[in-house]
Design a protein around this ligand. Structure first.
Ligand code: FMN
Length: 299
């Protein structure tokens, strides 16, 4: 690998910045660490990656605990102090007009005020990885401030979070029965995931009668897949089981829709496979052409 390219490319990652607080023989200390990441929900584990000569690492080796303070957008000045000097060079905690500390609950390192998140950690694992040392902390106490926004770090500079970007989702106004059917199918989930088949005969599309709690609804063949199940194999098997001899193309088509009815809406993600039915004549089948919902699925 060309080192010159890598050196430049690696600056183009985007991260937040945490300030790692520690305590030990080297005194109370704080360092900046952009390489900070939650890596497990339960137990709640956060990994930080420290260079071998950092005073913070020496403190952590000794006391087996540390604080992770996720910097907010107004904290670039203190992040620069934490990241610009080593605890072996100056006592960063005492720099005039800089850090405000809070008392931690379960560790001896201080935690920093006005951060987005403060996590008190006990060492779970320390492992040398490449030229850094991975320290995984198990969170023993945590607080957050939802009024604060995180500071971002990119190409060696600090940024604020910009405008929200909503991924594209097609809005479809649907009738009451369609809306009610799919919002019931969603069972309160923010996004309903479906696996369906578009089987065409000329301009028309094959519909099936779906039933749920005595309700009947006619739409394309579809299922609600369980997590981790192969969508193509699932719908193929389903069609076969109900006696339809369909040749499906394995290329998935993804339709991200918002069904709207009056002021209500329901998000649906459809993964669709196109197919052709062999023995059309032999079945008493429903073929439909109309409807905004169907158009949104087919176009
Ligand atoms: C924004 C920023 C992010 C940084 N991220 C890391 C990091 O993830 N890991 C690391 O080892 N050093 C990182 N550094 C450098 C350390 O913060 C720096 O070497 C510091 O002086 C170490 O302090 P200490 O010796 O008092 O522990 C970063 C510096 C800055 C300015």
């Amino acid at each position: 690998m060309e080192r010159k390219v890598a050196n430049k490319a690696q600056r183009h990652f985007v991260t937040g910045v945490s300030m790692i607080t520690s305590n030990g023989r080297h005194g109370k200390n704080v360092m900046a660490a952009e390489w900070t990441m939650q890596i497990s929900y339960d137990p709640l584990l956060i990994a930080i990656f420290l260079h071998q000569s950092s005073v913070t690492l020496k403190n952590i080796h000794e006391t087996k605990e540390f604080g992770i303070n996720v910097a907010s957008e107004k904290q670039s000045t203190i992040v620069n102090i934490a990241g610009g000097y080593s605890g072996s060079e100056i006592d960063k905690l005492k720099v005039k007009n800089s850090f405000t500390f809070l008392k931690s609950k379960l560790i001896k390192s201080p935690i920093i005020a006005n951060c987005v998140i403060n996590a008190e950690c006990k060492v779970f694992l320390i492992k040398k990885i490449g030229d850094h040392v991975m320290v995984v902390g198990k969170v023993v106490a945590m607080r957050y401030d939802k009024t604060k926004k995180p500071l971002l770090y990119h190409t060696g500079r600090y940024y604020q979070i910009g405008a929200l970007i909503e991924p594209f989702r097609q809005k479809v106004k649907v009738n009451k029965s369609t809306f009610e059917w799919f919002s019931k199918e969603a069972e309160g989930k923010f996004i309903l995931k479906c696996d369906g088949a578009i089987i065409k005969s000329g301009e028309k599309v094959l519909f099936l009668k779906h039933t749920k709690n005595k309700l009947i609804y006619e739409t394309i063949p579809y299922l609600k897949p369980k997590r981790g199940i192969n969508y193509f194999h699932l719908i193929q098997k389903y069609l076969k089981n109900i006696g339809l001899n369909v040749r499906l193309k394995p290329k998935p088509i993804i339709k991200r829709l918002v069904l709207e009815n009056k002021s209500k809406n329901q998000r649906i993600n459809f993964v669709l496979f196109k197919g052709v039915l062999h023995d059309i004549s032999s079945k008493n089948l429903l073929w439909k052409k109309e409807g905004k919902f169907l158009k949104a699925l087919c176009n």
